[in-house]
Design a protein around this ligand. Structure first.
Ligand code: ADP
Ligand code: MG
Length: 313
């Protein structure tokens, strides 16, 4: 059982950033209005605090069991779900390859509860007093999986990945306030006051000033300074994804305005019926394919071209 946890952990926790993504999505599923993430030690030590609904004692013990999920089990199609989680694997996996402490309290309980785990085994339990919500502390990630530990990249790389993950969650969940601290330095801070405040807080005033709302999100004026090939942010049904098709549609829409080698800044929130998403993609992979790639291409190209060239006509 613990061996299969460690194997599953390999899929869920590729690196500290993917672990943090799972934790944040749990907090979002719990309805948190604020999520704070503190990272140290190359991403091997992480503390997350949320203001979600919390867990009672029983749920706290359950949540670290494999396949324990309080969320609706669906047909396995992640693009068809109202919550992020569904496999009940993340916490058990993370627990099995670290030292973990979870503290939590629900609204309808006087006290909170706290458990300590070492490599997936509960080593301690206590009743505590704390506010409603959950705190998860992870220490020494990969301490018992030397092979994984070897794949840890240098700090700047791991921290850049983590920042990117938190930024992408914050950019979609704009009613939630996010804070990310890397070695004590706050690198992401949003107030949860809507999309335009969030764009301002994540990318700065210049980006907000030069971005225009359109039917699928925001498109940036090419005079923007800091765009690069990663500045096309694409969400399908609320999940951050990579799609060659969407990226090409965006680039083609900008075509005559783009100077060679430059990329636009764009945020695309694309919603599509889940059965038009190719389900043969692994849930942990962010690459997405559509049943009708041409149709998606055309729809995004049309909307964006319309928006960009509206003023020129
Ligand atoms: P999943 O998200 O697929 O259900 P996880 O292993 O990520 O599986 O989480 C297991 C369970 O633990 C969740 O279903 C949820 O009930 C509970 N849980 C995890 N994180 C939180 C949190 N931050 N706040 C409240 N409940 C949580
Ligand atoms: Mg989860």
């Amino acid at each position: 059982e613990s061996v299969s946890n460690i194997i599953a952990a390999g899929e869920v926790v590729e690196n500290p950033a993917s672990m943090i993504k799972e934790l944040i999505e749990n907090s979002l599923d719990a309805g948190a209005g604020s999520i704070r993430v503190e990272v140290k030690n190359n991403g091997r030590d992480v503390r997350l605090v949320d203001t979600g609904m919390g867990m009672g004692k029983e749920d706290l013990f359950l949540c670290v069991e494999r396949h324990a999920t309080s969320k609706i089990k669906d047909k396995g199609d992640i693009f068809n779900l109202t919550s992020y989680g569904f496999r009940g694997e993340a916490l058990a996996s993370i627990g099995s390859i670290s030292k973990m402490i979870i503290s939590s309290k629900t609204n309808d309980s006087k006290t909170g509860h706290k458990i300590n785990l070492n490599a997936g085994k509960v080593t301690k339990y206590e009743e505590i007093s704390r506010a409603v919500g959950t705190e998860i502390v992870i220490k020494d990630l990969f301490f018992n999986t030397p092979a994984r530990l070897k794949f840890l990249r240098k700090k700047s790389t791991e921290y850049a990945r983590i920042r990117e993950i938190v930024l992408k969650e914050a950019l979609y969940n704009t009613e939630v306030s996010f804070s990310l601290l890397l070695d004590g330095r706050e690198v992401v801070k949003t107030s949860g006051r809507g999309i335009e405040n969030t764009i301002l807080e994540l990318f700065g005033r210049n980006t907000l000033k030069n971005s225009t709302k359109f039917s699928l999100g925001y498109w940036g004026n090419m005079n923007l300074l800091k765009s690069n090939k990663d500045s096309i942010y694409t969400y399908v049904n609320g999940r951050y994804v990579k799609s060659k098709t969407i990226e090409k549609a965006v680039l083609d829409a900008y075509y005559t305005k783009l100077t060679r080698g430059r990329y636009p800044f764009a945020i695309i929130f694309f919603d599509i019926s889940p059965d038009l998403v190719d389900i043969n993609v692994h849930p942990s992979k962010k690459i997405i394919k559509f049943v009708d790639e041409d149709g998606v291409y055309r729809e995004i190209l049309d909307c964006l071209t319309d928006a960009i060239y509206r003023d020129d006509r």
